[in-house]
Design a protein around this ligand. Sequence first.
Ligand code: GLU
Length: 308
Amino acid sequence: MGVSDMNLQGVLDDIVAELSPRLGEGRVATYIPALARVEATHFGIALRTREGAEFRAGEAGRAFSIQSVSKVFSLALAMRIHGQDLWAGIGREPSGNPFNSLVQLETEQGVPRNPFINAGAIFVADRLVSSCAHPREALREFVSTLCGEEIHFDEEVAASEAATGFRNIALANFMKSFGRLENPVEPVLDLYFHQCSLAMSCAQLAHGMGFLCADGVNPHDGRQVVSHRQARRINALMLTCGTYDAAGEFAFRIGLPCKSGVGGGIVATVPDRLSLCVWSPGLDETGNSALGMAALESFVSRTGLSVF
Ligand code: GLU
């Protein structure tokens, strides 16, 4: 069955109804005040088909802190600018270590395993600082263009990230000590902390990730964002590295490229068909949204839409 023949609004409504008894499951991230004060009971889900049909349920229009979901946007922008050269300094393998681990970076001489662990995202931020006169604005404008509307940083979150980001500061300095960063650590971390602070809703994220299910074409203006091959590669990285140490479990239970963040958002793509985003701030022990994962599993079993 094609997606246009499916009752996708009904599917999203049924997922909200199915999960409503579980609202509040998991624990919100508490490392900064702006995340700690978010109620665990929020839940939103939105999707956008490749053809442009949009469906929403729950709090799909409410903005939240996208955190590590931003790593998809920064990677896409860096791949667009640097092409194949980007891969000279970064790997494409799952890390099997915590997302902010220093240990692996030491044994692998400061080369991050993949762009979705923090070290990898800091490396990507460094290359954006090298190539953009105003890197923060370049990233914000890139995301806004993908969404077809202005997207903003949450400056309170960005300031808290900087004030508490000791481990990220350590990762950046560590890579710098191995000669892996081209720029001083300060502007690199400034970009990284700001990208984490982007505030977006499920509807905006489903829209902004649309290029990943459309051969790299921005659904909003029809322009090529990244090449078809690059879009395929971003999806591959999301599937293998996008959900912290639970990528195997996500592939097993859901089978879609996904990227999660500690704000409780998870974006997913059904290649060639649709992009979706679910948000529920309560995290499970792997750092992924507990109900977000449950919602995606329910979505796949209700629609059969999985790459496997
Ligand atoms: N700002 C968080 C950090 O860098 C992002 C964590 C995440 O969403 O994975 O530690």
